[in-house]
Write a protein that binds this ligand. Sequence first.
Ligand code: SF4
Length: 385
Amino acid sequence: MLKGLYVHVPFCFRKCYYCDFVSGISPKSDYVQEYFEALNNELKIYSYLYDFSTIKTLYFGGGTPSLFPKEIAKISEFISRFSSIEEITVEANPYYNFSPYDFEFATRISFGVQTFSEKYLKILGRDHSSKDSVRSIQKATDFFSVNADLIFGMPKQSPAEYLEDIKKLLSLGVDHISCYLLEIHEGTLLWKMMSSGLSLDLPENIEDFFDVQEYIEEAGFVRYEVSNFAKPSSECKHNLLYWNREDFLGVGVSAWSKIENVRFCNTKNIREYINNLREGKLPIEVFDKIEGFRVVEEIIFLGLRKIQDGISLGELYKEGLDVSGFLDTLKSMYSDFLIFDENRIRINKQHIPVIDEITARLIVVAERFYKFKDGLNKIELSRNY
Ligand code: SF4
């Protein structure tokens, strides 16, 4: 049952130095009109194939979808014909003269602030200034639920500078903050600089930056996912769909979807995307059927990221895990890292900086207690979760 729809808009005026999304295509290029026609065709095809009446969240990401308020309002209107949408998010670049009235159809605006330091904005290759962020957020908070993305771990950045960013953002009255560690992805400008031997001086003690994030919780936000903090009831419903492994459709170039146990992804090539849809063909490039132990892996990987909810043992049980053996082993080996609630396992917050390592270890343990390992139905499951 489809719960959400993601719409990818790949246009931005310039490509930021760290960005590895399919983005940065000029909003003045000839592609724009053709792209939105293709998007509308893709949505029409899916509206015949799937029941849209269950869609509750709509997310316009990119790229910079806020450059095209009319086009995305039309898409929003089309989806609203099938279902009453509870949450509509639009990603926005603070640079553009943000007008709330252009986005009356939306409930949430997500600004790519990243930092308030002019020095670091330049290092990231962003085209906006600190003043742009302040102005845009101030205009938005009276009308929408507002998120801002912050990046940490930038070259030579100190935790004290990061704290300044957090304090500034909190003073602007946002109700959601997403905090991402700067990652150097292959193909980005920062990656090319590093590969050519230039040192970026990335900070070594990343744990200190995570310590600073406690300040956000002290200000009344709940850390509901590893990278996401929200005021009570301001969690992003759309992103929760992903972590809860619910069904969603993604349209647009490079967009991923998940329907039942299949994840599938559109082509990353905008020309191919447009041409396929012009011929009435879906532009899907990758199909990935998630079955067997990979479902268990997903439940662990995504569940552990949810700081409040954690991993559901009931779900693991349904997928064929000997939950008793799994739990006993975790309690004896990793009790410092995990919190064991009734039927759930959560990460101990102080170990968030090493969550990837903990996830990998949980998966190794789970493999030992997987019922269908080697094709044998070896383990008798006795308890009900
Ligand atoms: S504005 Fe956002 S999507 Fe566009 S290049 Fe920069 S980081 Fe990537």
